[in-house]
Ligand binder design. Structure first.
Ligand code: BGC
Length: 899
């Protein structure tokens, strides 16, 4: 009897567990992060269940340090499974904390305890840093070759663990016993260095050994003092590069030791003769100090180092994913151009460098020049790269095969011109390495239309190539800056394709750090331009738009708390520059790169009054501030700024709108912004939307919008009853359109609608990047309207999603998915044999409204059963063209006849 009881118990508890488990444990949205300096890091997890309608009803967290439990939340009755704060005893520096969680659901199941996850703390106290900043102990040469540092040390005893804390002025690569520490590049990344300088934390237990050890480091100029923004504009943050390093060793016998950068280190110059982002790198392998990364190398001829003082208060642990190597791409062709150049084509415009293998004599050279396109005649074209040299040079040591790749530079390219090479040029000796911030892929979007799939691929590549620690405008010419307008325009699309929570959260801290005392926001973040280069509408609004979009996508209220002051300061700045609530002062970029007639034959230029635009963005930013105040419970601000918003809109109507709802500019962007930001009273909205469509028709079904109008164009058309027109614009293949560049062979998004004209000539090289993500902002509409993955406005992080696809005969099928904070959300629809089917996946602990595109309620089936006969699914409502079904988590298959 007893035996049977136990068996039964085991059986039941197993089957209960089998129905519910927990996975994807993350701390501050990262899996097992090393280097967290928050006092109250936050935990996220996902519920996994085969069942439908699963909601968390309670959770329990335990946190351990050295196997000792240091905190338990106890059983908390709550559905919160994201951003749950650690609330235990104060965390200590440089400790590994393990944690696990178990959950209860609404079906009476309890999960087993999850596997252990961990986070490793960085320095939590100011005086944890014992290391000194060091600089080379010699006079620098003009070309600024990379200094190298070394330090030998002995560890007598058995090692338990070793952790390194590293940063630099400039860029660093660090080595322990010949092995690179970590696999990140361009560390310590780019921040507003004078106010915020990130350090990285590495677990180096596997690299250290008992006995003699060597630390090596190489520094590069990078953003700190390399050329940036304008010709000969160097030393933005300082004229000297420097290094700081602290290694904390814990021995098995409990003893601890620190190895720090100080005046006992040695310095010299190695093989890197020159390196800058814009211009490339020169490596002379003959100058390599052979064996310098190994113990017992003789460094007696090296110079010492200089200890220098720098503000230690600006040091902070890295919050975002570092830049890493992501993909290797082989050349698809070797081309001999009419100008007799030898060109390798990698088939994809990408960002990174080319790893090259060669053998030759000592002093033989390899010179590779990078560019994005070939000209009309098939010759190498690099005028649009402007002043950036984009060239890597390698000088061979001679002898056996040598492999080269740069350290402190990247290039944007599809083609390389091989200017010099010892011996025959063969494809197998060249490999392109694509690098970008190590953001996790989040979304997928696939359709039956190959051109649209190529557009999605171009948007993704645009994101990969420009998400290099900072959201860049472009990765190739002498620019590569964190342009705020581009970032805000693309931000929602970016959040569909990749998990960019930490990436943007970190950048927003720099935005706040560089915001001017007046509240004005610089054109670029980090700020590296002049003081006056700030305050443009649609650019500076990154201060409000990006935090709000982050909140929507990830449900992180801390971002809003942290950015709130900055958001408010920006709104107050606009108000301070306004006259009677009309913001009609100052310089603005306007609807950048919108259609201009001198570019082409048809139509007229689409110029939208810049102060019309600034008024719209002032209203939008104010609206977002009100939203944020609402979320944070700041009722006073909700009241005050709601009132302000009304005044801004009134001033707008008086100044820019005719009594019949025409805008003074009468452009597509003017209607799009007025409608998207709810600038018009209800009564004028539909006629404004009609005028927008009339305008599109007048341009023969083409868009004419620039950076600011484009992100919202199709959303506005869809919202006001013209989804068909949005689909026409998406399908348009002639200029200006999203597909035109694809018909011209684009593999990334272009800066201009017509970077390459129909006759294969180029527009002005002054601004003609072939890797600029701003127009990729259509991706947001593709996910939200074509595939139909959206959410309720007041339930961020897709806690309550809306699946509402717009069906269009241009597609036979469309499918998309998104890894939300709660888990995978997916929608795919297909038209076959006169039937429409719609498959959706809703993650556990969330629910959804599914909008089935049909008028005929009676016909809809769910998993083969008529909805009207279904026990658990109910039609929750109807909207023009849709039947709405309310569902819990799980997989559902809907189908309906097409009429
Ligand atoms: C950049 C843009 C940026 C713009 C400002 C350009 O040079 O590449 O994308 O937003 O300047 O208008």
């Amino acid at each position: 009897m007893k035996y049977i009881l136990i068996t039964l118990l085991v059986f039941f508890s197993n089957s209960l567990f089998a129905q519910l488990s927990v996975g994807q444990l993350k701390t501050e949205n990262l899996i097992d992060p090393v280097g967290i300096d928050l006092k109250e890091p936050r935990f996220n997890w996902q519920l996994i269940s085969e069942k439908r309608n699963v909601l968390q009803t309670a959770y329990e967290i335990k946190v351990f340090n050295n196997k000792k439990e240091i905190w338990t939340s106890g059983k908390k009755n709550s559905d919160q499974s994201i951003w749950v704060k650690y609330k235990g005893a104060p965390l200590k520096s440089n400790q590994r904390y393990h944690w696990q969680v178990r959950v209860w659901d609404n079906h009476g199941n309890i999960s087993a305890w999850s596997k252990l996850a961990f986070f490793h703390t960085a320095f939590l106290n100011k005086n944890d840093w014992k290391a000194r900043w060091i600089e080379p102990g010699f006079q620098e040469e003009k070309e600024r070759p990379s200094p190298i540092f070394r330090k030998e040390f002995n560890t007598g005893k058995k090692i338990k663990k070793a952790t390194a804390f590293i940063s630099a002025h400039g860029l660093y690569e660090a080595y322990l016993n010949g092995n690179k520490i970590g696999d990140a590049y361009f560390t310590p990344g780019w921040t507003s260095y004078n106010k915020r300088l990130q350090y990285q934390v590495y677990d180096v237990t596997s690299l250290i050994k008992s006995g003699q050890n060597v630390i090596g480091a190489i520094l590069g100029n990078g953003w700190y003092r390399g050329e940036l923004v304008w010709k000969n504009n160097r030393d933005i943050y300082g004229s000297d590069i420097a290094f700081i390093f602290q290694l904390e060793i814990e021995y098995k016998n409990g003893k601890k030791e620190k190895i720090i950068s100080d005046n006992t280190w040695k310095s010299s110059i190695g093989e890197i003769q020159f390196s800058e982002f814009y211009h490339g790198e020169i490596i002379d392998a003959r100058k390599e100090k052979a064996g310098w990364l190994n113990p017992n190398y003789d460094d007696k001829n090296w110079m010492g180092v200089k200890e220098v003082k720098h503000n230690m208060d600006v040091l902070l642990a890295t919050y975002n994913e570092p830049i890493k190597k992501q993909e290797l791409i082989k050349p698809i062709k070797i081309i001999k151009s009419p100008n007799n150049e030898t060109i390798l084509d990698f088939g994809q415009n990408l960002v990174g460098w080319v790893m090259v293998k060669a053998s030759g004599q000592s002093g033989d050279k390899i010179i590779l020049t990078h560019s994005e396109v070939l000209d009309k005649n098939g010759n190498f074209y690099r005028d649009n790269i402007r002043y950036a040299r984009q060239q890597n040079t390698y000088i061979l040591k001679g002898g056996e095969t040598e492999v080269f790749e740069p350290h402190f530079t990247w290039q944007g390219f599809r083609y390389i011109r091989v200017d010099e090479f010892p011996g025959e040029i063969k494809k197998e000796n060249f490999t392109a390495v694509a690098l970008h911030s190590d953001i996790r892929p989040a979304g997928e979007f696939l359709t039956s239309d190959s051109l649209i799939n190529q557009l999605q691929s171009n948007i993704r590549w645009g994101q990969k190539g420009n998400f290099l620690d900072v959201p860049l405008d472009c990765p190739q010419r002498d620019e590569r800056l964190g342009w705020t307008g581009d970032a805000q325009a693309f931000s929602r699309t970016a959040m569909f394709n990749y998990d960019v929570h930490n990436f943007f959260a970190k950048w927003l801290r720099d935005l706040e750090a560089d915001q001017q005392p007046s509240g004005s926001v610089p054109y670029v973040i980090p700020q590296v331009m002049r003081k006056k280069d700030a305050g443009s509408a649609g650019w500076a609004d990154a201060a409000t738009i990006v935090p709000w979009n982050l909140f929507l996508a990830y449900g992180d209220t801390l971002v809003l708390t942290q950015q709130y002051k900055s958001m408010k300061k920006w709104v107050d700045f606009m108000l301070s520059k306004s006259n009677n609530y009309l913001w009609n002062t100052g310089f603005h970029f306007g609807d950048w790169q919108s259609f201009r007639v001198d570019d082409d034959e048809h139509g007229r230029s689409a110029f939208t009054d810049k102060y019309f635009i600034s008024q719209c963005f002032m209203a939008y930013s104010t609206q977002l501030l009100v939203n944020a105040a609402g979320v944070l419970g700041n009722t006073q601000d909700v009241k005050q700024y709601s009132h302000l918003l009304q005044q801004i809109k009134e001033a707008f109507l008086n100044e820019y709108i005719t009594p019949n709802g025409a805008t003074i500019s009468n452009t597509q962007t003017s209607y799009v912004l007025a409608l998207q930001f709810d600038m018009l009273p209800e009564a004028l909205r539909q006629t404004a939307a009609d005028r927008l469509v009339k305008n599109i028709r007048a341009y023969n079904n083409h868009l004419t919008t620039g950076f600011l109008g484009t992100p919202y164009l199709c959303h506005v058309l869809t919202r006001f009853g013209y989804p068909e027109v949005a689909f026409e614009l998406l399908a348009q293949k002639t200029y200006p359109s999203w597909l035109y560049p694809i018909t011209m062979g684009a593999t990334t998004m272009w800066e201009r609608w017509n970077g390459i004209k129909p006759d294969s000539t180029f527009v002005s090289p002054r601004a003609n990047s072939f890797n600029h993500y701003a127009y990729g902002a259509i991706g947001d509409w593709m996910y939200r309207a074509v595939a139909g993955i959206d959410q309720e406005a007041d339930t961020p992080a897709y806690k309550r999603s809306i699946i509402k696809p717009y069906i269009n005969s241009n597609f036979k099928h469309v499918s998309a998915s998104l890894q939300t904070v709660y888990g995978k959300l997916a929608s795919s629809w297909k038209i076959a044999n006169g039937r429409l089917s719609l498959d959706v996946v809703i993650p556990a602990n969330t629910s959804a409204y599914v909008y089935i595109p049909t008028e005929s309620k009676g016909d809809v089936t769910a998993d083969g059963t008529l909805i009207s006969d279904s026990k658990d699914l109910k039609v929750a409502g109807e909207e023009e063209g849709f039947i709405i079904v309310n569902v819990g988590s799980g997989n559902y298959h809907f189908a309906v006849n097409l009429h």
